[in-house]
Design a protein around this ligand. Structure first.
Ligand SMILES: NC(=O)c1ccc[n+]([C@@H]2O[C@H](COP(=O)([O-])OP(=O)(O)OC[C@H]3O[C@@H](n4cnc5c(N)ncnc54)[C@H](O)[C@@H]3O)[C@@H](O)[C@H]2O)c1
Length: 274
Protein backbone atom coordinates (compact mmCIF):
# COMPACT_ATOMS: atom_id res chain seq x y z
CA UNK A 1 0.00 0.00 0.00
CA UNK A 2 1.68 3.21 -1.16
CA UNK A 3 -0.86 5.89 -0.34
CA UNK A 4 -2.81 6.33 2.90
CA UNK A 5 -5.01 9.26 1.79
CA UNK A 6 -8.56 8.56 3.10
CA UNK A 7 -7.55 5.00 4.08
CA UNK A 8 -9.16 3.71 7.30
CA UNK A 9 -6.36 2.77 9.72
CA UNK A 10 -7.11 1.03 13.04
CA UNK A 11 -4.53 1.19 15.86
CA UNK A 12 -4.84 -0.40 19.31
CA UNK A 13 -2.83 0.94 22.26
CA UNK A 14 -2.78 4.41 20.67
CA UNK A 15 -2.55 6.31 23.97
CA UNK A 16 1.24 6.16 24.23
CA UNK A 17 4.53 5.23 22.59
CA UNK A 18 4.55 3.51 19.21
CA UNK A 19 0.74 3.53 18.87
CA UNK A 20 0.49 7.29 19.44
CA UNK A 21 3.28 7.97 16.95
CA UNK A 22 1.67 5.73 14.37
CA UNK A 23 -1.55 7.72 14.78
CA UNK A 24 0.31 11.03 14.28
CA UNK A 25 2.17 9.84 11.17
CA UNK A 26 -0.84 8.18 9.56
CA UNK A 27 -2.83 11.40 10.18
CA UNK A 28 -0.09 13.38 8.41
CA UNK A 29 -0.39 10.95 5.50
CA UNK A 30 -4.13 11.72 5.20
CA UNK A 31 -5.55 8.55 6.79
CA UNK A 32 -8.81 8.29 8.75
CA UNK A 33 -7.88 6.97 12.19
CA UNK A 34 -9.77 4.49 14.36
CA UNK A 35 -8.10 4.35 17.75
CA UNK A 36 -8.25 2.29 20.92
CA UNK A 37 -6.52 2.25 24.30
CA UNK A 38 -7.68 0.96 27.68
CA UNK A 39 -6.58 4.25 29.25
CA UNK A 40 -9.35 6.73 28.33
CA UNK A 41 -7.33 9.86 29.25
CA UNK A 42 -4.30 8.77 27.23
CA UNK A 43 -6.51 7.86 24.27
CA UNK A 44 -8.32 11.22 24.40
CA UNK A 45 -4.95 13.03 24.52
CA UNK A 46 -3.88 11.33 21.26
CA UNK A 47 -7.30 11.95 19.68
CA UNK A 48 -7.27 15.66 20.59
CA UNK A 49 -3.93 16.11 18.79
CA UNK A 50 -5.26 14.80 15.49
CA UNK A 51 -6.65 17.11 12.81
CA UNK A 52 -10.46 16.94 12.62
CA UNK A 53 -10.36 15.40 9.13
CA UNK A 54 -8.35 12.38 10.33
CA UNK A 55 -10.64 11.49 13.26
CA UNK A 56 -12.70 8.43 12.43
CA UNK A 57 -13.73 6.73 15.66
CA UNK A 58 -12.23 5.99 19.06
CA UNK A 59 -13.14 3.61 21.84
CA UNK A 60 -11.49 2.84 25.18
CA UNK A 61 -11.50 -0.86 26.12
CA UNK A 62 -9.22 -3.76 27.01
CA UNK A 63 -8.06 -5.67 23.89
CA UNK A 64 -8.11 -8.81 26.05
CA UNK A 65 -11.93 -8.53 26.10
CA UNK A 66 -13.12 -10.52 23.07
CA UNK A 67 -16.64 -9.06 22.89
CA UNK A 68 -15.30 -5.50 23.10
CA UNK A 69 -12.86 -6.17 20.22
CA UNK A 70 -15.62 -7.72 18.08
CA UNK A 71 -17.94 -4.76 18.75
CA UNK A 72 -15.08 -2.38 17.86
CA UNK A 73 -14.58 -4.12 14.49
CA UNK A 74 -18.31 -4.09 13.71
CA UNK A 75 -18.77 -0.43 14.67
CA UNK A 76 -15.67 0.59 12.70
CA UNK A 77 -16.95 -1.12 9.57
CA UNK A 78 -20.52 0.12 9.97
CA UNK A 79 -19.57 3.72 10.61
CA UNK A 80 -16.65 4.11 8.19
CA UNK A 81 -17.67 1.67 5.46
CA UNK A 82 -14.30 -0.03 5.01
CA UNK A 83 -11.10 -1.00 6.82
CA UNK A 84 -7.68 -0.74 5.11
CA UNK A 85 -4.99 -1.20 7.79
CA UNK A 86 -5.22 -2.81 11.25
CA UNK A 87 -2.32 -2.54 13.68
CA UNK A 88 -2.62 -4.76 16.76
CA UNK A 89 -0.15 -2.78 18.85
CA UNK A 90 -1.47 -2.74 22.46
CA UNK A 91 0.85 -4.64 24.79
CA UNK A 92 2.14 -4.90 28.35
CA UNK A 93 5.08 -6.40 30.17
CA UNK A 94 6.16 -6.94 33.76
CA UNK A 95 9.23 -5.82 35.68
CA UNK A 96 12.18 -8.26 35.55
CA UNK A 97 11.06 -11.46 37.32
CA UNK A 98 12.61 -14.92 36.85
CA UNK A 99 10.24 -17.38 35.14
CA UNK A 100 10.02 -19.56 38.25
CA UNK A 101 8.90 -16.62 40.41
CA UNK A 102 6.37 -15.15 37.96
CA UNK A 103 2.89 -16.05 39.15
CA UNK A 104 0.37 -17.89 37.01
CA UNK A 105 -1.70 -14.68 37.17
CA UNK A 106 1.25 -12.74 35.64
CA UNK A 107 1.44 -15.25 32.78
CA UNK A 108 -2.33 -15.21 32.26
CA UNK A 109 -2.61 -11.40 32.24
CA UNK A 110 0.27 -10.81 29.81
CA UNK A 111 -0.84 -13.59 27.47
CA UNK A 112 -4.45 -12.36 27.59
CA UNK A 113 -3.46 -8.88 26.42
CA UNK A 114 -0.47 -9.56 24.16
CA UNK A 115 -1.57 -12.79 22.50
CA UNK A 116 -5.36 -13.01 22.82
CA UNK A 117 -5.64 -9.28 22.10
CA UNK A 118 -3.80 -9.86 18.80
CA UNK A 119 -5.80 -12.99 17.92
CA UNK A 120 -9.16 -11.30 18.71
CA UNK A 121 -8.15 -8.19 16.73
CA UNK A 122 -6.90 -10.17 13.72
CA UNK A 123 -9.93 -12.47 13.47
CA UNK A 124 -12.47 -9.69 14.06
CA UNK A 125 -11.02 -7.36 11.42
CA UNK A 126 -9.81 -9.81 8.75
CA UNK A 127 -13.21 -10.29 7.06
CA UNK A 128 -13.41 -6.49 6.63
CA UNK A 129 -9.78 -6.21 5.46
CA UNK A 130 -10.44 -8.93 2.88
CA UNK A 131 -13.50 -7.27 1.36
CA UNK A 132 -11.17 -5.50 -1.06
CA UNK A 133 -7.65 -6.00 -2.44
CA UNK A 134 -4.72 -4.33 -0.73
CA UNK A 135 -5.67 -4.57 2.96
CA UNK A 136 -2.91 -4.82 5.55
CA UNK A 137 -2.77 -6.52 8.96
CA UNK A 138 0.16 -5.62 11.23
CA UNK A 139 0.83 -7.46 14.49
CA UNK A 140 3.46 -6.16 16.90
CA UNK A 141 5.69 -8.88 18.32
CA UNK A 142 9.17 -7.98 19.68
CA UNK A 143 12.80 -9.05 19.63
CA UNK A 144 11.51 -11.07 22.58
CA UNK A 145 9.61 -13.03 19.95
CA UNK A 146 13.03 -13.97 18.51
CA UNK A 147 15.07 -14.70 21.66
CA UNK A 148 14.53 -15.79 25.24
CA UNK A 149 15.20 -12.99 27.71
CA UNK A 150 15.92 -13.51 31.43
CA UNK A 151 13.16 -12.05 33.59
CA UNK A 152 10.61 -11.79 30.75
CA UNK A 153 9.17 -15.31 30.39
CA UNK A 154 5.45 -14.36 30.17
CA UNK A 155 6.24 -11.55 27.71
CA UNK A 156 8.52 -13.80 25.59
CA UNK A 157 5.87 -16.55 25.59
CA UNK A 158 3.28 -14.06 24.33
CA UNK A 159 5.52 -12.46 21.70
CA UNK A 160 6.84 -15.78 20.28
CA UNK A 161 3.19 -16.83 19.99
CA UNK A 162 2.26 -13.57 18.21
CA UNK A 163 5.03 -14.35 15.73
CA UNK A 164 3.82 -17.94 15.20
CA UNK A 165 0.22 -16.82 14.73
CA UNK A 166 1.14 -13.95 12.39
CA UNK A 167 3.60 -15.95 10.26
CA UNK A 168 0.94 -18.63 9.84
CA UNK A 169 -1.58 -16.02 8.69
CA UNK A 170 1.03 -14.66 6.28
CA UNK A 171 1.63 -18.11 4.78
CA UNK A 172 -2.12 -18.82 4.51
CA UNK A 173 -2.93 -15.40 3.02
CA UNK A 174 -0.13 -15.34 0.41
CA UNK A 175 -1.57 -14.37 -2.97
CA UNK A 176 -4.96 -13.32 -1.57
CA UNK A 177 -4.23 -9.58 -1.67
CA UNK A 178 -3.95 -9.23 2.12
CA UNK A 179 -0.52 -8.12 3.38
CA UNK A 180 0.31 -9.63 6.78
CA UNK A 181 3.20 -8.04 8.69
CA UNK A 182 4.95 -9.22 11.86
CA UNK A 183 6.98 -6.47 13.57
CA UNK A 184 9.93 -7.11 15.88
CA UNK A 185 10.97 -3.87 17.62
CA UNK A 186 14.20 -3.70 19.61
CA UNK A 187 14.38 -1.26 22.53
CA UNK A 188 12.10 1.73 21.78
CA UNK A 189 11.99 4.76 24.11
CA UNK A 190 8.35 4.56 25.25
CA UNK A 191 6.42 4.12 28.50
CA UNK A 192 6.40 0.31 28.29
CA UNK A 193 8.67 -0.13 31.35
CA UNK A 194 6.82 2.60 33.31
CA UNK A 195 3.51 0.91 32.45
CA UNK A 196 4.84 -2.55 33.40
CA UNK A 197 3.08 -4.77 35.92
CA UNK A 198 4.78 -4.21 39.27
CA UNK A 199 5.35 -6.64 42.11
CA UNK A 200 8.09 -4.72 43.92
CA UNK A 201 8.58 -0.92 43.75
CA UNK A 202 12.41 -0.91 44.00
CA UNK A 203 12.72 -3.56 41.33
CA UNK A 204 10.36 -1.59 39.10
CA UNK A 205 12.43 1.60 39.42
CA UNK A 206 15.61 -0.33 38.52
CA UNK A 207 13.80 -1.83 35.51
CA UNK A 208 12.70 1.61 34.28
CA UNK A 209 16.22 3.06 34.68
CA UNK A 210 17.81 0.10 32.87
CA UNK A 211 15.22 0.18 30.11
CA UNK A 212 15.65 3.94 29.54
CA UNK A 213 19.44 3.42 29.15
CA UNK A 214 19.05 0.43 26.85
CA UNK A 215 16.29 1.70 24.51
CA UNK A 216 17.99 3.63 21.70
CA UNK A 217 15.32 4.00 19.01
CA UNK A 218 12.64 6.70 19.33
CA UNK A 219 8.91 6.06 18.93
CA UNK A 220 8.74 8.33 15.81
CA UNK A 221 11.57 6.29 14.22
CA UNK A 222 9.72 3.06 15.09
CA UNK A 223 6.46 4.32 13.57
CA UNK A 224 8.23 5.46 10.39
CA UNK A 225 9.91 2.04 10.04
CA UNK A 226 6.53 0.27 10.35
CA UNK A 227 4.88 2.59 7.81
CA UNK A 228 7.79 2.15 5.37
CA UNK A 229 7.51 -1.62 5.82
CA UNK A 230 3.82 -1.46 4.85
CA UNK A 231 4.61 0.73 1.82
CA UNK A 232 7.34 -1.66 0.64
CA UNK A 233 5.05 -4.68 0.89
CA UNK A 234 7.18 -6.31 3.61
CA UNK A 235 5.82 -9.05 5.83
CA UNK A 236 8.58 -9.03 8.44
CA UNK A 237 9.96 -5.81 9.94
CA UNK A 238 12.70 -5.42 12.56
CA UNK A 239 13.14 -2.02 14.22
CA UNK A 240 16.52 -0.65 15.34
CA UNK A 241 20.12 -1.84 15.08
CA UNK A 242 19.70 -3.95 18.25
CA UNK A 243 16.81 -5.84 16.59
CA UNK A 244 18.84 -6.45 13.40
CA UNK A 245 21.71 -7.83 15.50
CA UNK A 246 19.43 -10.06 17.61
CA UNK A 247 17.68 -11.30 14.47
CA UNK A 248 21.03 -12.37 12.96
CA UNK A 249 22.59 -13.86 16.07
CA UNK A 250 19.52 -15.95 17.01
CA UNK A 251 19.48 -17.40 13.50
CA UNK A 252 23.24 -18.07 13.47
CA UNK A 253 23.43 -19.47 17.02
CA UNK A 254 19.94 -20.78 17.87
CA UNK A 255 21.28 -23.16 20.55
CA UNK A 256 23.70 -20.83 22.31
CA UNK A 257 22.96 -17.14 21.58
CA UNK A 258 22.83 -16.49 25.34
CA UNK A 259 26.66 -16.81 25.35
CA UNK A 260 26.70 -13.53 23.46
CA UNK A 261 23.41 -11.81 24.26
CA UNK A 262 23.30 -12.51 28.01
CA UNK A 263 26.97 -13.13 28.74
CA UNK A 264 27.15 -10.83 31.80
CA UNK A 265 24.25 -12.51 33.62
CA UNK A 266 25.11 -13.56 37.20
CA UNK A 267 22.71 -16.52 37.45
CA UNK A 268 23.15 -17.12 41.17
CA UNK A 269 22.21 -13.50 41.92
CA UNK A 270 19.46 -13.42 39.27
CA UNK A 271 17.76 -16.54 40.62
CA UNK A 272 17.71 -15.26 44.23
CA UNK A 273 14.07 -14.71 45.21
CA UNK A 274 13.46 -10.97 45.55
N1 LIG B 1 9.09 -0.19 23.71
C1 LIG B 1 9.77 -1.27 23.37
O1 LIG B 1 11.00 -1.36 23.60
C2 LIG B 1 9.09 -2.41 22.66
C3 LIG B 1 9.90 -3.43 22.15
C4 LIG B 1 9.30 -4.50 21.51
C5 LIG B 1 7.92 -4.54 21.36
N2 LIG B 1 7.16 -3.53 21.86
C6 LIG B 1 5.72 -3.64 21.70
O2 LIG B 1 5.22 -2.47 21.10
C7 LIG B 1 3.84 -2.30 21.45
C8 LIG B 1 3.60 -0.87 21.90
O3 LIG B 1 4.30 -0.66 23.12
P1 LIG B 1 4.99 0.73 23.54
O4 LIG B 1 6.43 0.46 23.66
O5 LIG B 1 4.49 1.80 22.67
O6 LIG B 1 4.43 0.85 25.04
P2 LIG B 1 3.56 1.97 25.80
O7 LIG B 1 3.34 1.41 27.16
O8 LIG B 1 4.22 3.30 25.67
O9 LIG B 1 2.20 1.99 24.96
C9 LIG B 1 1.32 0.90 24.98
C10 LIG B 1 -0.11 1.42 25.01
O10 LIG B 1 -0.98 0.27 24.97
C11 LIG B 1 -2.01 0.47 25.94
N3 LIG B 1 -2.49 -0.84 26.38
C12 LIG B 1 -1.84 -1.74 27.14
N4 LIG B 1 -2.61 -2.81 27.35
C13 LIG B 1 -3.80 -2.56 26.74
C14 LIG B 1 -5.01 -3.29 26.63
N5 LIG B 1 -5.18 -4.49 27.23
N6 LIG B 1 -6.02 -2.77 25.89
C15 LIG B 1 -5.87 -1.57 25.28
N7 LIG B 1 -4.75 -0.81 25.39
C16 LIG B 1 -3.73 -1.32 26.11
C17 LIG B 1 -1.36 1.25 27.06
O11 LIG B 1 -2.33 1.95 27.86
C18 LIG B 1 -0.43 2.19 26.29
O12 LIG B 1 -1.08 3.41 25.97
C19 LIG B 1 3.55 -3.36 22.52
O13 LIG B 1 2.92 -4.47 21.93
C20 LIG B 1 4.93 -3.75 23.00
O14 LIG B 1 4.97 -5.05 23.53
C21 LIG B 1 7.71 -2.47 22.51
Amino acid sequence: MQNFQNKVVVITGAGSGIGRELARQFAQAGAKLVLNDWNQDALTATWDELPEASRGYMKAFDVGDRKAVEDFATTTHTSLGRVDVVINNAGITQQITPAIYSTIEDYEKIIQVNLWGVIYGSLAFMPHLREHDGGCLVNISSVFGLMGCPGQAPYCASKFAVRGFTETLRVEMRGTGLQVVCVHPGGIKTNIARNAMVNNENGHERFVTRFDKMAKTTAPQAATTIINGIKRGKNRVTIGPDASFIDRITRLMPESYERILHRGLDRAKFLTKR
